[in-house]
Design a protein around this ligand. Structure first.
Ligand code: SF4
Ligand code: SF4
Length: 262
């Protein structure tokens, strides 16, 4: 930069020793910030609003740690560039050709695809869509993005908390696989419901009655009865966050066996 300024001002700008092309490329590679994109499908923008609520680290994140290279509301860029990571918010409408194409293109152009929020991860309340509404009564099928493309990591939540979004992005930058593993495993959890607690936790004798599930449900679809979760299914929006937050839902059996030498 200094050399460019000197050149512009017509000053002598010759460094004593020129770096080789390889050295310049190596330094540029080491200093490159991850290029992050944001794709907004059938979502409410709540997930990106939650990201923006990271008041304490947002400036550092956006200024020094990542480069936002694509995203409606975030960058004035029309052509989708190559990206290291793309956060996809919203489920995908199968009758909306533009959404399907944008998701496919994101998969092609991004190293890592993250299902960002419950609509992208599980479909969430768009699971109840059935079409018949103006102006597009034909738009009736909304599915989690993993139904159409390979997803690398899921951050469920309606919306996910600011902390978990920031920590996940930082973990991706640092390659922190211990932090990311549960979210990698959640990629396959696309058929979510509050009733999962009954089938997958209580019926398996895993419930410890801690109440975390009831506390994490944003629609108050869960209450604790006799120390066990009880679902009012008419209130459940199928975000999957109760099961995700349950401390007995993720049991890293392979890792535990490995640690115990089994
Ligand atoms: S019970 Fe609540 S937290 Fe669980 S899936 Fe339904 S809406 Fe989400
Ligand atoms: S969070 Fe899991 S362990 Fe705790 S009460 Fe709910 S189902 Fe039981």
């Amino acid at each position: 930069m200094l050399a460019k300024i000197k050149e512009f001002l017509g000053m002598e700008a010759k460094p004593e020793e020129l770096a080789s092309k390889e050295e310049v490329e190596k330094v540029a590679e080491e200093k490159a910030k991850p290029r992050i994109g944001y794709v907004h499908l059938s979502g409410c923008t709540g997930d990106v609003m939650s990201l923006s609520e990271n008041y304490d680290i947002l400036a550092e994140l956006l200024t020094n740690m990542v480069e936002i290279v694509y995203g409606q509301t975030l960058a004035d860029v029309w052509e989708m560039p190559e990206m290291d990571l793309v956060l996809v918010e919203g489920s995908v409408c199968l009758q909306d050709e533009h959404s399907v194409k944008e998701l496919m293109e994101a998969r092609e152009k991004a190293g890592l695809v993250v299902a960002f929020g419950s609509c992208a991860a599980t479909g969430c309340f768009t699971r109840y869509s059935r079409g018949g509404q103006q102006a597009r009564p034909d738009h009736e099928s909304f599915v989690p993005i993993a139904d159409l493309v390979k997803v690398d990591c899921a951050i469920p939540g309606c919306p996910p908390s600011p902390e978990i979004i920031a920590k996940t992005v930082v973990a991706v930058i640092n390659g922190d696989m211990d932090y990311l593993q549960p979210m990698i495993d959640l990629v396959g959890y696309t058929e979510a419901c509050g009733c999962d607690l009954q089938y997958k936790v209580v019926n398996q004798a895993l419930c410890i009655g801690c109440g975390t599930c009831a506390m994490s449900c944003q629609t108050r679809a869960l209450t604790m009865t006799d120390g066990r979760p009880e679902l009012t299914s008419a209130r459940c929006v199928k975000c999957g966050i109760c099961y995700t937050q349950c401390p007995r839902s993720w049991w890293p059996a392979d890792r535990i066996k490995q640690d115990l030498g089994l």
